[in-house]
Design a protein around this ligand. Sequence first.
Ligand code: MG
Length: 356
Amino acid sequence: MKRNEHITMLHGAGGTVMHDLVKNYILKYFGGVENADFEVPLEALDDAAVVGDIVLKSDSHAVKPIFFPGGDIGRLAVSGTVNDIAVLGAEPYALACSFILEEGLPLADFEKILASMQQTCREAHVSIVTGDTKVVEKGSLGGCVVNVSGIGKRTEALEKNLAVVKRFRSDFKTRWVLDSNLKPGDKIILSGTIGDHGLAVLSAQEGLSFGGGIKSDVKPLNRLIQRLLGEVGGVVAMKDPTRGGLADALNEFSEKSKVGILIHEEKIPINENVRAACEMLGLDPLEVGNEGKIIIGAVREKAEEILELLKTIEEGKEAEIIGETTKDFNGVAMQTAVGGKRIIARPVGDPIPRIC
Ligand code: MG
């Protein structure tokens, strides 16, 4: 970025522009800290960090509007942090919550958000134990911004999962489920339909009503993840495809693990109303953010069993094995329904602003 450049909305949109900001500015000042205790440090740019045996995460939420079909900023804030801790294989248990409230926010709305956070914490079996509240003058906040930070711990399910991985991969060394753990031959599983959250927020932003009523998928997934790890195992990498969608998340897997990823278009679950709305608006559903889905990289010997278990759980009933990793090429490619192959590049940014 040049001296006279400014922050734009794209710097927060989860694609190449945001990644460049993080690498060229944030890592420049905060990165490079040597500490044996930081097993997954800032530079890993994984969903959360690992400090000792604790997984640590902080995430601010500035979704606009603060209420949208299927959810609200409070449910989003708890789920976002819980899921980022859970995808490393840890069980989140204690959260910190900071509110920045905008002058003029109806107290009734604030209370609705609090009740929604309480409900989401109950679903995830986590507690908010500290926090802060600030108020700013009326402006463009859109009501409030919510930060939720949290910690998670190792579980028996995670240990079981790693033992299963080691049965098939004796050289497997890491103690966590990381973006960089994939090897050629692994399977890629998607826990359900994509695009629902981004389009639900867009419909609320623009006052659009799509046929069929698209609802956000926002939910905590830590219970589901712990079941996959403890009851089946063999999971090496996990990610929640939020801003930038499936396209961005798969490219992160590919870059960090140095493997190619081939996905199959006809295997990717997309709700009909989401597909139709994307076509109408000229959006690529692969680049639209989700808040209640996970992408799982697993040893191929366990992929079918993981899929079977997912299909028995409400949050995973539309799961599919969507592809596999390969050493034949770099990056991400998609076998299209008509038989061609398309490169899935990292998006410049999520096409929909302020979805989380
Ligand atoms: Mg994440």
